[in-house]
Design a protein around this ligand. Structure first.
Ligand code: NAP
Length: 280
């Protein structure tokens, strides 16, 4: 599994991690077995949030976190409506209690809401000083939000920006990825398979994916993940609820595409002009 230093944290993180959104709908034993297999395969970055199942997902993965905490790069997120100074600190305590740990590796603001950013970041800094979080970051931020964030906390403090990024939604390549690269902020690609809308063989793009996959003797999903993380400073967090899917995704961490393959995918899935990020 290839890895890279995660923004300013200095921590080496695998390029492919594991998402947990909607896991509350899956069988709890299968979920733990899948995440366990993912950890064994090197996918140690586990992404969760207080939003997921209204806290149930954090509780669901707690047995794994308790058992293998030291191996996990654990990320969770505060909801914007909880992101006041006191609210953020309280939400973090609730998240830690549900997860059965005393610290997170990175704590993110899930998306920007009405609370002034300055309050949320002050809370993040207090949590960091107290040892409850090792680093903090943001999610769903466009370049204007990122500029504001850096003006508030300074360069080298924002660990990552977690954003929507898959083959049919490449708009972050225009401004967000270059900005993050320039400022040393890790980009984490969420919904890397389009959240269940993976390009099918009925589409031209799906056929290009399949033909590259066949030639390289890998799956189309591995090709898709490899394309995303090959942009540099980009990590991906696919969600998978069964072992077969997890192992398939983990193998993408070792797949390097050729320039010709990257070009073929670039042509098949053009960047569509639109604003940087979707409105949540
Ligand atoms: P996704 O990872 O794009 O797609 C998940 C879907 O792909 C599931 O239906 C899964 O099925 C299937 N799948 C996974 N691996 C597969 C494989 N190898 N072969 C076939 N099917 C496979 O969707 P996502 O959950 O939207 O995004 C991933 C993670 O990003 C989330 O879980 C969450 O942690 C994070 N996220 C963050 C935000 C944010 O606002 N910050 C928003 C959305 C998501 P099975 O489950 O049956 O394996």
């Amino acid at each position: 599994m290839r890895s890279a230093v995660f923004g300013p944290t200095g921590i080496d993180v695998p390029l492919i991690g594991q998402g947990t959104w909607n896991l509350e709908h899956d069988d709890p034993d299968e979920v733990i077995a899948a995440l366990d297999a993912g950890l064994d395969a090197g996918m140690t970055h586990i992404d969760t949030a207080e939003l997921y199942g209204n806290g149930r997902v954090e509780e669901m993965i707690a047995p794994l976190v308790r058992r293998r905490r030291d191996e996990i790069f654990l990320v969770s997120k505060v909801l914007p409506q909880n992101a006041s100074y006191e609210g953020t600190r309280e939400a973090c305590e609730r998240t830690l209690a549900r997860l059965g740990t005393d610290h997170l590796d990175v704590y993110l603001l899930h998306w920007r809401g009405r609370v002034p950013l300055e309050e949320t970041f002050r809370a993040f800094e207090a949590l960091q000083e107290a040892g409850k979080i090792r680093a903090f970051g943001v999610s769903n931020f466009d370049v204007d939000d990122l500029e504001e964030a850096v003006n508030l906390v300074g360069e080298g403090r924002i660990a990552c920006n977690q954003v929507l990024y898959h083959l049919n939604e490449r708009s972050i390549e225009t401004r967000v990825i270059p900005w993050c690269r320039e400022h040393g902020v890790a980009v984490v690609a969420y919904s890397p398979f389009g959240s269940g809308r993976f390009p099918s063989l009925r589409t031209g793009g799906g056929r290009v994916l399949a033909s590259i996959a066949e030639r390289r003797n890998v799956s189309p999903r591995q090709v898709a993940l490899a394309f995303l993380v090959q942009q540099g400073q980009v990590f991906a967090i696919p969600k998978a609820a069964n072992i077969e899917h997890v192992l398939d995704n983990a193998s993408a961490g070792d797949l390097e595409l050729t320039r010709a393959e990257m070009r073929a995918l670039d042509d098949a899935f053009p960047v569509k002009p639109r604003r940087d990020l979707p409105v949540l």
